[in-house]
Design a protein around this ligand. Sequence first.
Ligand code: HEC
Ligand code: HEC
Length: 220
Amino acid sequence: MKHMLTAVLSAAFLAAAASPGSAAGGDVFEAKGCVACHYTDGPAREKTIDDQLAKKGPELWYAGSKFQKDWLAGWLADPKPIRPMKFNSLTEENPGDHPKLDGADVAAVTDFLMTLTTDEVEAGKVKPKKNPKGRQIFIKKMPCSGCHQYVGRKKKISGGRSGPSLVEAGLRLNPDWILAYLQKPKVFKPVKMMPVFTGLLSDKDMTNVARHVASFKPKK
Ligand code: HEC
Ligand code: HEC
């Protein structure tokens, strides 16, 4: 009896959900065990360090505001390391063993993750563009390149390895999210945090460096 009721209720819920694809994706996300390593509820500031360490992967509650949809679908089908080091570690290499999805699951989970958006990211603030000021900040004025890989001169991968790689960040990240991440470190705070630049960089310079990072794309 209880089961029947649950079935009826979840059918009603599925029918009421905005997108059948994203509801199905939420089920796949659970069935494939993604929930064991990722939070899909936020914000991070309501979680303790212990809460965060209880999951082995990054928070995904703002995935729809962070990622570009095409990149996300491609990565879920064929995940390649993003962080040179293992998530939250300063000493261990990323084992590069992220679970893969295939077939219809890729599109369903992509749709589901793209519904996880946050008002903390303001749309239309950052237009990706080669930006000499942003470049200057990234490689000289601030230590960004000391912790993040990027494509430097002669197409050589340069930069440090302690933060996520920003090579092709322009295909992966929503430009407006990059700015929000710099402006509101407390909202998106992972355990292994990057230094806070609020107070060190003006909003204008944060926008410049966000534009620069968002322009990291393969050269045609
Ligand atoms: C055993 C733990 C684990 C499981 C299970 C897992 N993930 Fe992950 N996930 C990680 C780790 C660790 C990373 C960071 C990978 C990197 O930086 O290369 C990650 C990264 C991601 C990212 C990119 C997030 C970011 O901010 O860089 C997405 C999206 C993602 N996982 C989705 C999924 C989905 C969908 C599933 C289920 C099919 C899943 N994960 C299952 C541990 C896990
Ligand atoms: C001391 C090292 C360090 C410095 C310096 C640093 N970062 Fe970071 N950065 C990190 C770490 C650590 C993370 C988040 C770790 C995680 O999610 O695994 C991060 C995350 C990021 C992300 C999000 C990447 C993603 O895929 O989640 C962006 C974008 C970024 N940093 C840009 C910058 C910019 C721009 C600067 C300079 C103004 C900078 N960083 C300076 C270490 C650093």
